[in-house]
Design a protein around this ligand. Structure first.
Ligand SMILES: *[C@@H]1O[C@H](CO)[C@@H](O)[C@H](O)[C@H]1NC(C)=O
Ligand SMILES: *[C@@H]1O[C@H](CO)[C@@H](O)[C@H](O)[C@H]1NC(C)=O
Ligand SMILES: *[C@@H]1O[C@H](CO)[C@@H](O)[C@H](O)[C@H]1NC(C)=O
Ligand SMILES: *[C@@H]1O[C@H](CO)[C@@H](O)[C@H](O)[C@H]1NC(C)=O
Length: 278
């Protein structure tokens, strides 16, 4: 057993899917934790004295959901702990303010506050259990009173509206100060989920700019160039195309552009939305 375990973990990480349930069983601490690069789904059968440790990249947290049941039932058989220590506390539901703003209908998910977790089985599960472990963005950054955060799009990313008026570059830096980036709308769905949460009555800064070269719009947060094939939602007649104009930043919403994208002067003062991807 002791010899096969590390090999199994290597296979496990490579396949990233159900693998070798019983072979991972151990009562001992000190095994190398399973690294969660993106997501792992573990299928039973599970033994009644399994202890598994998981770890994500630093500055990330871990999200646990049960794919074929609910967490309450699963907790009869297992406990999920926040951290790697023997006395790590139980993983808690996320802060109520975040849950309130998060998308309804997402799978019920428990989050750690650190990049490590321990799962302990106490009883042999009666039914088949499928446990999903994902690397997630921290959604509990030191949130100031003028900021609202939630998991609008999926269980692992986080979006925050920042209700202070600043220019585009100042907001870019405030997002970075909180481990986030100014928002990029890479799909219609993402834009709509954010829009539904905060409406578009108040204009928000996004990371789309053509500061570097007029007419070449780049989502600065991801450094991706907007091409003809990409999703766009410009206000009719925008962006203006005359040479070397000064309207180099995309402001979303507000009374002028309603729920469309407008090209405006980057010095304009507005609110912003930051996002963090795992
Ligand atoms: C997540 O954010 C909270 C609140 O700022 C902080 O206490 C915690 O250390 C953060 N976790 C990680 C893994 O960065
Ligand atoms: C834009 O479209 C290209 C080609 O379909 C795609 O590779 C790229 O990821 C898209 N970029 C964005 C920002 O959606
Ligand atoms: C953009 O705003 C700045 C600061 O308010 C101002 O100096 C500049 O003239 C503006 N540019 C245009 C084209 O309006
Ligand atoms: C943004 O505002 C800061 C002051 O808060 C100022 O120093 C900076 O020059 C402004 N940048 C632009 C592009 O207006």
């Amino acid at each position: 057993m002791a010899k096969t375990l590390p090999i199994c973990i290597v296979i496990f990480a490579a396949v990233s899917h159900s693998c070798c349930g019983t072979m991972l069983a151990t009562k001992e601490y000190g095994w190398r934790p399973i690294f969660v690069d993106n997501e792992i789904v573990i299928n039973g059968p599970f033994g009644d004295d399994f202890i598994w440790q998981f770890e994500a990249q630093e500055n990330h947290i871990l999200a646990f959901s049960i794919l074929d049941g609910n967490i309450k039932d699963a907790q009869q058989f297992l406990s999920i702990h926040d951290g790697a220590g023997i006395d790590s506390p139980y993983v808690q539901l996320e802060n109520g303010d975040i849950m309130q703003l998060s998308r309804k209908g997402l799978p019920e998910t428990l989050y750690t506050t650190t990049s490590k977790a321990t799962v302990r089985f106490s009883k042999f599960p009666k039914s088949h259990l499928k446990l999903k472990i994902q690397k997630a963005a921290n959604c509990s950054y030191n949130i100031k009173p003028e900021t609202q955060c939630g998991r609008m799009v999926d269980e692992v990313s986080c979006y925050c509206a920042v209700f202070t008026n600043k220019n585009q570059s100042d907001h870019t830096m405030s997002c970075v100060d909180n481990g986030m980036k100014l928002v990029s709308f890479e799909s219609k769905e993402e834009e709509e989920l954010v829009h539904r949460t905060w409406s578009t009555q108040i204009p928000f800064w996004t990371s789309l700019t053509d500061t570097r070269r007029d007419g070449s719009w780049i989502w600065e947060s991801t450094m991706t160039l907007l091409s003809n094939q990409n999703y766009t939602n410009w206000f009719p007649g925008r962006p203006l195309v005359q040479d070397s104009n000064q309207l180099n930043c995309m402001l979303y919403g507000g009374s002028t552009y309603s729920s469309f994208w407008g090209d405006v002067n980057c010095s304009t003062l507005a609110n912003a939305i930051c996002e963090a991807q795992p």
